[in-house]
Design a protein around this ligand. Sequence first.
Ligand SMILES: [Zn+2]
Ligand SMILES: [Zn+2]
Length: 206
Amino acid sequence: MSKSTFSSDEGIWLKGNLHGHSTFSDGELSPQQVFDGYRGRGYDFFSLTDHNLYRSYETSDDGLILIPGFELTCYSKEKRIHLNFLQKGEKSLFAQNQRFAVENHEQTELFIKQAKDDYLIMLNHPGWSLLEYRDVEAMDSLFAMEVFNYGSEWQDRVGESSHFWDNALMGGKRWCALATDDNHNQLCLVNIFSNNYRLEFHPITV
Ligand SMILES: [Zn+2]
Ligand SMILES: [Zn+2]
């Protein structure tokens, strides 16, 4: 994807990933091994989003900013969905190592209501979750969705969701589009990061 697709004159370009796992959920590398993997590949920021578990990590002064986050298994109506919660600032609503168990739509709504002021909330891998846009169109607290999830693509060839984003835009949502790798560390370090994956998006103008 060419940088010229966007404004090249303003701001700074940072390389990052907002979705990944470690041995604290179903990943195969320790948090430190994961951090070292990203750091060694020149990433500027990363959020380790283990399943249903809040943990924050100290950002060291070596250039990799660590954003506290977690991946919550929850519900939109009857459909099971995965949402990432990314902490906006220093304030945490949760204790270190706090675990979550959200079992239905009503509990999901309550969780989001309590967290939305302090956390950015994004919809993960709608393709892998077998979602249609109408399943989540009532959700009004999301800031973004994954238009590409490398883990879903590598595992099941369902990682590409730009069509879903188009539907959301046409439905009036103004969600940001994110690409993540959802790294579970199954592959060797040479291959687990999606540095060389090329993406082009052609969203419908609304
Ligand atoms: Zn997930
Ligand atoms: Zn994940």
